[in-house]
Design a protein around this ligand. Structure first.
Ligand code: MTE
Length: 323
């Protein structure tokens, strides 16, 4: 029988993968669909059963610490940055519903052997969706713990076969003025479309995820539906939302925040308590939910706690210079 891996990554520990028969895996996917409330349009149509639940809950390396720290879903979906819909943290939840996410196509090009444009359903059909609980740390010093649903970006890139000259990956967000009020407003500060970039080895790292859901449901628009990046050891601004274009390049791509203010936002954006933002310290973070009375302040750790797995990517680099 053909087998597939099902992995639930948690706190950056290397997941020893469990091999699950494909039928069980597909059922698990259907379980996610069935539990979603909102539909997973691309999911397999098998029925939900008690075994599926057991399969979802079981993982040999499941980290109960992070499970217990999960940020309430209300905070994750109501306190957002998505400048296409406004600059206030509450704007995305109020206005992002105007964005049409179906149909959705993603083009993958640049230095790849097989460039192409794929409908989201076709793009997702070959991948095993996984649930991974990651810490998420914004450059503005707030943080969350989020159970994402997604698949490794490397799985997607491999399909398009990056050429040997490829050194970086560039990402672009949908830019549709009619549906994105923040892009129409006077004084909108970003040169649309929103852009991000990673070095190719960062993009191929197994922790780097393309997320399609959170908390067992399809991504809400304000969190970057239908497809967004999650790089858990970097500041949140690298997590580009609502991706429509991915290119492999040989030059370091321009990114929105670096273009806007290069002294404040670097290309690497690795979480680093030793390198302050010019306007504030990065030594502590406010773990949401937080308030004046309960600030929930915790010390920030290098690489957001994923250093063991990713620090090697930056061997020999001066991280104060390449911030
Ligand atoms: N992606 C796009 N297209 N537009 C944005 O304004 N903001 C970034 C990032 N991705 C942003 C974006 C910033 S600054 C952060 S902190 C995270 O999204 C926030 O993700 P969240 O709202 O899901 O927490």
């Amino acid at each position: 029988m053909q087998t597939m891996r099902r992995r639930i990554y948690t706190d950056g520990t290397i997941a020893s993968s469990e091999i699950t028969p494909e039928t069980v895996f597909l059922n698990r996917r259907a379980f996610i669909a069935a539990s979603a409330g909102s539909a997973w349009p691309w999911s397999a149509g098998a029925a939900q059963s008690a075994t599926d639940r057991a399969d979802l809950a079981y993982s040999p390396d499941f980290d109960s610490t992070l499970e217990a720290e999960k940020t309430p879903v209300e905070a994750v979906t109501s306190y957002n940055n998505f400048y296409e819909f406004g600059t206030d943290k509450s704007d995305p939840a109020r206005h992002a519903h105007a964005m049409t996410t179906d149909p959705w196509t993603v083009s993958v090009g640049g230095l790849v052997e097989k460039p192409g444009e794929l409908h989201l359903e076709d793009l997702l059909s070959g991948f095993d969706l996984e649930e991974r609980i990651y810490r998420f740390r914004c450059v503005e010093a707030w943080s969350m713990v989020v159970p994402w649903i997604g698949f490794p970006l490397s799985d997607l890139l491999r399909r398009f076969e990056p050429k040997s000259e490829g050194r970086f990956v560039e990402f672009k967000t949908l830019y549709r003025r009619s549906e994105m009020r923040g892009t129409r407003s006077f004084g909108s500060i970003i040169d649309w479309p929103y852009r991000e970039g990673l070095r190719l080895d960062e993009a191929m790292h197994p922790l780097t995820l393309l997320a399609v859901g959170l908390y067992g449901k399809t991504l809400p628009n304000q969190n970057g539906a239908p497809l967004r990046l999650v790089v858990p050891w970097k500041y949140g601004f690298k997590s580009i939302k609502s991706i429509v274009e991915i290119n492999v390049t040989d030059q370091q791509p321009a990114t929105s925040w670096q273009t806007l203010q290069s002294k404040e936002y670097g290309f690497y954006a690795n979480v680093n308590p030793d390198v302050d933002h010019p306007r504030w310290s990065q030594r502590f973070e406010r773990r949401l939910p937080s308030s004046i009375f309960k600030p929930n302040r915790v010390p920030t750790v290098p690489f957001n706690g994923y250093g063991e797995r990713v620090a090697g990517l930056y061997d020999g680099m001066d991280l104060r210079r390449f911030y």
